[in-house]
Design a protein around this ligand. Sequence first.
Ligand SMILES: Nc1nc2c(ncn2[C@@H]2O[C@H](COP(=O)(O)OP(=O)(O)OP(=O)(O)O)[C@@H](O)[C@H]2O)c(=O)[nH]1
Ligand SMILES: [Mg+2]
Length: 455
Amino acid sequence: MNGKLTAEQRTQLKQWIGEESKGFRLLYRISRDGCAADVFHQKCNNQGPTVTVAYNTSGYIYGGYTSQSWTSSGTYVQDGKAFLFSLTNPQKYPVNITAKSVYCNTSYGPTFGGGHDLLFFTGTIQNVRNVFTLNTQSSFGNSYTSHGHSINNLTGGVYKVSELEVYALTDAVTDQWRKTPTWDDKLMTSLKGAVECYKPYEGLKLKTVNLLMIGPVGSGKSSFYNTISSIFRGRISSQAPAGSVEHSLTSQFRKYRVLVGDAGKPTSFRLCDTMGLEEGQGIDSVDVPFILDGNVPDMYRFNPASHVTPEIPDFNKCPQLKDKIHCVGFVLNSTKVEAMSEKLLLKIQSIRHHINQRAIPIVVLLTKVDQLCPMVFEDVDATFRSTAVKNMVDKTAELVGVPRSHVLPIKNYESEIELDVNVNILALLGLRQMLWFADDYLCNQADLLQKEEDS
Ligand SMILES: Nc1nc2c(ncn2[C@@H]2O[C@H](COP(=O)(O)OP(=O)(O)OP(=O)(O)O)[C@@H](O)[C@H]2O)c(=O)[nH]1
Ligand SMILES: [Mg+2]
């Protein structure tokens, strides 16, 4: 859950707060959690600095910042850094009677100033067709500098709101176990742009690279393709059949293209989807060399009862570099990594051996992190702050035998009907890493070719 604040509004607030590296984590929103003082305190007490933002039905966006934690103590809290603000008519109103900066009371929602300068609601407010009629009045200018403005400059005189959100200000850099820039629309746009513009390593004149997805049944291989495809189409897309069945739902080898826009031009990579690995059936390690080497044609239908051989229809006898796999993503369900059977692990090790022999780079796409950690379920931008995810990344790296930086947490689209910036960012971070590694592989291939030419 990303909240309604736009990237520009976040930048404006960060500028007013005066600390560059802050990130925003949504704690409470009335449309989701209900407009009730006790719920506000349950969700927001003891969370450190917060921003409260109200969106009224006339389009006014306004609120307050405090650097102190909310509590249910029934007392005023001193905070020389607190301020009220309007984002519609951008203006910061700093506190001037600091002893009464914020008021913490279990029956009151977020409350700023003595008197009070800005009190949103008390008790519980009903949701009537997505509108909440606030039940309080403001004495704006009591404890905050009003710059000669009245409360109408913030609210337009309208006390019906469609949303009210409270965000915790997180130290976006030091909180994270894996460093990334601040997660916002800007990061999403730049990652998407980088992947869209990606061209394979120049020296070899390849038009596209092939990224293979391989892993146990139901781990999210097809869903990863659908997630990436959704990001570039700009809407939820479900081109690859995905779902939960006993055996692998995917039975075809597909080299999927990713289109930019619905009828747009394809990107310069293909995501290759495979049938799931199972203990006794599905893809076997003897099939894998043919896939890696580019012998298996697009749309080949796997036969669980027999393996790939040079006799299969359209077997590519003389594959070129463009047909081969340039980076492999082992797709593993983060909630099942620890429960993988000995037989499945052996299969994975044997597949790894074939990949290693060809010096193809390997990453692990560690899916379903939303099911691993409730914090990530709430908001995907918590992925790199989640200890549960970090521990699973460490365990998976050890189990599969790859560096931890090659384990890439993923949350695929599954129940959503709208795109989400943070889901996109996480998936694009994973995809960009695979493209970088594919280029490293191509660079090595170019060196090999050069060496052969020289001798
Ligand atoms: N919550 C959650 N569900 C996911 C995620 N990824 C996939 N799923 C769900 O997991 C189920 C299996 O996903 P698929 O993409 O079909 O898995 P697959 O690896 O292609 O499976 P096979 O083709 O059968 O081998 C589907 O119901 C998906 O919606 C994720 O990141 N989070
Ligand atoms: Mg599948």
